[in-house]
Design a protein around this ligand. Structure first.
Ligand code: 9MR
Length: 558
């Protein structure tokens, strides 16, 4: 009954969505930037496509700062050495300024969307340093006075840093890092400060709700600012950008913990790329729209609480149809540019939560999908090539596809003893291609382990990912998981078999114990690109960084 009443109340918000339909007219709703005028700036992205039509109206009605989605990335500003192409970025900046919006710059150094001449293809350290400084200085000088803050460095810390205390070991093996070494971080910040001492300089990264990644970023910024306390009157790094690419499993408490941690450094914090994935194949159910609204509301509640320290909250996408993740409907406006419940959740957090609480709790309860369970059987194979040793263990099908293409699939069988897990995976329908430099785009199997079955939305010390391609080349996340690991493969036509010995890292296994477990098969195309992903349990596609969706393995004796 209650649900029915609430659904009726919500009806005006629920029409439309990622797919299509009518809804509340944007012009008639309250403005987001006005609602947050006393808290922080409200931002969104602009690309060429946003500069006309209704999207620009939404931009100006609800926001007071803009980030160019792509136009200021290195590849677009200096694709060829020494040839700076500012036209598209200038157009975005000048139009935004003429409409009274501020502009944030994104980004000077990144491992993506950067031309190889800058730092790869055998470029010496000296040349790479000079390329980095020239790029940063030229770009910042060009926009001086027009851009208020910069993402100087983007995504420099790897997803699961092996030791957060020693941030240098957590640096991503990016082209800049490989060409220059860990000091590239300071080099680029110093160049930017020199070029425009007034602009705020940010370090920007994703998954900062993950405590170990946040800790590495914290230690990096702390160390750099302690060593550079007075560069033009203040510490070198002004702010930390928490990108905020979130989803249905994001826990606002983790976001708050990281926010507090960064604030304790005395730097400004901004939410720089907020979106919340909640839907599949470009569709959202009515329930998903409300549940997504709640995540926005809860996040904005956290942001309001720390508003004193937050510079801006920028959304990554005006509407679902132009979002980089349009399949997951992550923004506040639907395909027909009508505000979704997400918009109202952000606009008036308390009202939205109060109006929808009972309904939302019901949704959450329903969403708690039971993890699949399978048995691992006690036993130690005489060797990894002894595939008959696994015959007593039940087959675990790996056939739920995460992408549209239904490529390689198979089954796993698992044995265990006190010290290790032994996994055998048979793969069918594979192209046997390992041409791609990204290991996850090669024909390969992946095993995810959560030894304490803690189901945290980030990797803890007992969580790890193991990947072996058909040619028995293994990769690990974190890299320390390689210790004691062994694997074996055998290939025949379009099938291959992989067996893995995965030593337990934090537990001594016992009969009746349960561990988080998943098995995935990556299928490459004949051209060497990932074309299919099949998995046993976790359909989120995020098990490489979030073990909360893994299945459960029960350790049995027969
Ligand atoms: O939204 C951007 C998309 O259009 C580009 O194709 C993509 C290239 O990697 O970059 C997207 O923006 C990214 C941002 O620059 C940095 N953080 C992650 C964003 C989403 O990938």
């Amino acid at each position: 009954m209650l649900k029915k009443v609430i659904l009726c109340l919500l009806a005006p918000l629920l029409i439309g969505g990622c797919a299509s339909g009518k809804g509340v007219d944007v012009q008639k709703t309250q403005s987001l930037k006005e609602a947050y005028a006393d808290y922080f700036l409200i931002g969104n992205i602009a690309s060429g496509v946003d500069m006309d039509d209704l999207r620009y109206d939404i931009l100006t009605t609800h926001h007071n700062i803009v980030t160019a989605e792509n136009a200021m990335k290195p590849q677009y500003l200096q694709g060829t050495k020494g040839v700076f192409t500012f036209g598209d970025a200038d157009a975005i900046v000048d139009k935004a300024l003429s409409r009274g919006l501020k502009v944030h710059g994104h980004t000077l150094a990144w491992h993506q969307q950067s031309p190889a001449w800058m730092n790869s293809e055998g470029v010496s350290r000296e040349t790479a340093v000079s390329n980095l400084i020239t790029h940063a200085k030229t770009v910042v000088e060009h926009f001086k006075g027009r851009v208020v803050s910069w993402d100087v460095l983007n995504e420099a810390i790897s997803d699961n840093p092996p030791n957060s205390e020693d941030w240098r070991t957590g640096l991503r093996q990016s082209p800049w890092f490989k060409a220059i070494g860990a000091d590239y971080v300071e080099i680029v910040f110093k160049a930017a400060r020199e070029a425009d001492p007034k602009a705020k300089l940010y370090y920007n990264d994703y998954n900062l709700d993950n405590p170990s990644k946040a800790a590495a970023v914290y230690n990096m910024v702390k160390d750099i600012n302690e060593r550079n306390p007075d560069v033009d009157g203040r510490p070198l790094i002004d702010g930390i950008g928490m990108q905020g690419h979130y989803n249905s499993r994001t826990n606002p408490a983790n976001v708050e913990n990281s926010l507090q941690r960064f604030i304790s450094l005395g730097v400004e914090v901004s939410i720089t790329e907020l979106d919340v994935q909640y839907g599949e194949a470009g569709k959202q159910t009515d329930e998903q729209k409300i549940a997504q609204g709640l995540v926005y509301a809860e996040l904005f509640n956290v942001f309001k609480k720390y508003a004193e320290y937050i510079g801006r909250v920028t959304m990554w996408g005006i509407d679902d149809s132009s979002s980089w993740r349009k399949q997951a409907c992550p923004t506040m406006f639907n395909d027909t540019l009508r505000p979704k419940p997400a918009f109202f959740g952000a606009l008036d957090t308390d009202k939205f939560i109060a109006e929808n609480k009972a309904f939302i709790e019901e949704i959450r309860e329903k969403e708690k999908k039971e993890a699949k369970q399978a048995d691992a059987v006690y036993g130690t194979p005489s060797g990894l090539a002894d595939v008959s040793a696994w015959s007593q263990a039940p087959a675990i099908p790996i056939d739920n596809y995460l992408m549209a293409w239904q490529g390689a699939y198979g089954a796993a069988r698992v044995l265990w003893d006190e010290s290790s897990l032994y996994v055998l995976v048979n793969v069918n329908n594979a192209e046997m291609n390992k041409a791609n430099l990204n290991a996850y785009e090669q024909d390969s199997v992946e095993i995810f382990i959560d030894e304490n079955n803690g189901k945290t939305p980030y990797y803890e010390k007992d969580d790890a990912q193991y990947r072996v391609n058909f040619d028995n080349e293994a990769t690990f996340n974190p890299s320390s998981a390689a210790e004691g690991f062994e694997s074996w493969t055998s290939v025949s036509e379009r099938s291959y078999t992989v067996s893995l010995k995965i030593p337990f890292r934090t537990i001594t296994a016992k009969e009746g114990g349960v561990i988080g477990f998943d098995a995935q098969i990556n299928g490459a195309s004949a051209q060497g690109a990932r074309q299919s992903v099949a998995i046993w349990n976790d359909l989120s596609g995020g098990s490489y960084q979030d073990p909360s969706g893994l299945g459960v393995l029960k350790l049995t004796k027969r």
